[in-house]
Design a protein around this ligand. Structure first.
Ligand code: ADP
Ligand code: MG
Length: 320
């Protein structure tokens, strides 16, 4: 059975690339360029709460890092380094090898470097802290939206939640839709390029991890504005549009988490620039609503302007 040190050496230690000092000392050392600010984010994934015990280890390695890179993307930061805290019930080397493979494949894709961590025995838990850089003053904060702006969404929402519903037997998706939704649930791609390009363009941004309405609710609260979403303008994937359970599809569209799209606000004057950006990076960006001066709240209206019921609020581990 490998020791903690053998696990670290075998699965997680690679030569330092950009770090001054990587894995192996009491702390890592990195150099942050003097003209840049540092963005820091942490996510904790607990078996049974955030992922199922039988989740594929490589996909879990991917997702554990992806959710952190998505948070950096939603700030407009360039991902640079990360640390990994792992609690594991046993020295399952096949699990460790697959986990590391999935994690490093995504890390390499975005040029982000593992510089340290901690490893211990216990219930399976994964915590990654990611560090990114960005020019000071240009972060895409939740509190930057003003009334009278556009609300935008990348891609489409609902697929990941629909995939989870399929896994849980709450809906039976056709094969192609199931494959698409499960890929979105298990291997989300953080929208790093979009976040970076929205610096100086968007007035606020958030990644959709808890659900479209819930996450825009955080922007409304922090910016002290009202958000109006036009249901007919919210893009639907084929899987959501053709789902046999229309009520479930709508709940996933508006309230499903885990899609890691970016929702953002921008002044009306930025419309042409945002559409040009969408074409340039090959990512659909849809104008799905507007902000208004008023009490912080999110309303969803249909084509007739009638408010539609909003599905359950975002996922809250301490909620009722
Ligand atoms: P310490 O006892 O000083 O906390 P550790 O023995 O826990 O040091 O870790 C030794 C080295 O291995 C440190 O540089 C630490 O950052 C790194 N490390 C430990 N666990 C991991 C991991 N899961 N992934 C990456 N690096 C790790
Ligand atoms: Mg330690």
């Amino acid at each position: 059975m490998p020791t903690e040190f053998e696990i670290i050496a075998r699965y997680f230690t690679r030569p330092a690339r950009t770090a001054v000092l990587g894995i192996g000392d009491d702390a890592a050392i990195v150099r942050v360029p003097a003209e840049l600010a540092l963005a820091i984010t942490t996510d904790l994934l607990v078996e049974g709460t955030h992922f199922l015990a039988d989740t594929d280890a490589a996909r879990l390695g991917h997702k554990a890092l992806a959710v952190n890179l998505s948070d950096l993307a939603a700030m407009g930061a360039d991902p640079r380094w990360f640390t990994l805290a792992l609690s594991l019930p046993s020295d399952d080397e096949a699990w460790l090898a697959a986990f590391a493979r999935g994690m490093f494949a995504l890390a390499d894709r975005f040029g982000v470097e593992l510089v340290g961590g901690d490893t211990t025995r216990g219930p399976r838990t994964i915590s990654i802290t990611a560090y990114g850089t960005l020019p000071p003053g240009l972060a895409l904060r939740r509190d930057g939206a003003a009334g009278g702006e556009d609300v935008w969404l990348s891609g489409s929402t609902g697929d990941a939640a629909l995939g989870l519903a399929h896994l849980q037997g709450r809906v039976r998706l056709p094969d192609a839709a199931a494959r698409h939704c499960l890929a979105r649930l298990e291997t989300p791609l953080p929208l790093v390029a979009l976040g970076r390009r929205l610096r100086g363009v968007a007035s606020s941004a958030i990644d959709v991890s808890d659900g479209l309405v819930a996450d825009l609710g955080h922007v409304a609260e922090r910016s002290a504005i009202a958000v109006e979403i036009w249901l007919g303008q919210v893009p639907r994937s084929k899987a959501v549009a053709e789902c046999s359970d229309a009520a479930l599809a709508r709940a996933c569209l508006l309230g499903g988490g885990d899609d890691y799209e970016l929702a953002f606000t921008a002044p009306v004057s930025r419309r042409a620039a945002i559409l040009a950006l969408a074409a340039e990076i090959g990512l659909p960006l849809a104008r799905i609503g507007r902000t208004l001066a008023g009490n912080p709240a999110v309303t969803v209206i249909d084509e007739a302007g009638t408010p539609v019921p909003v599905p359950r609020a975002g996922f809250d581990h301490f909620g009722a």
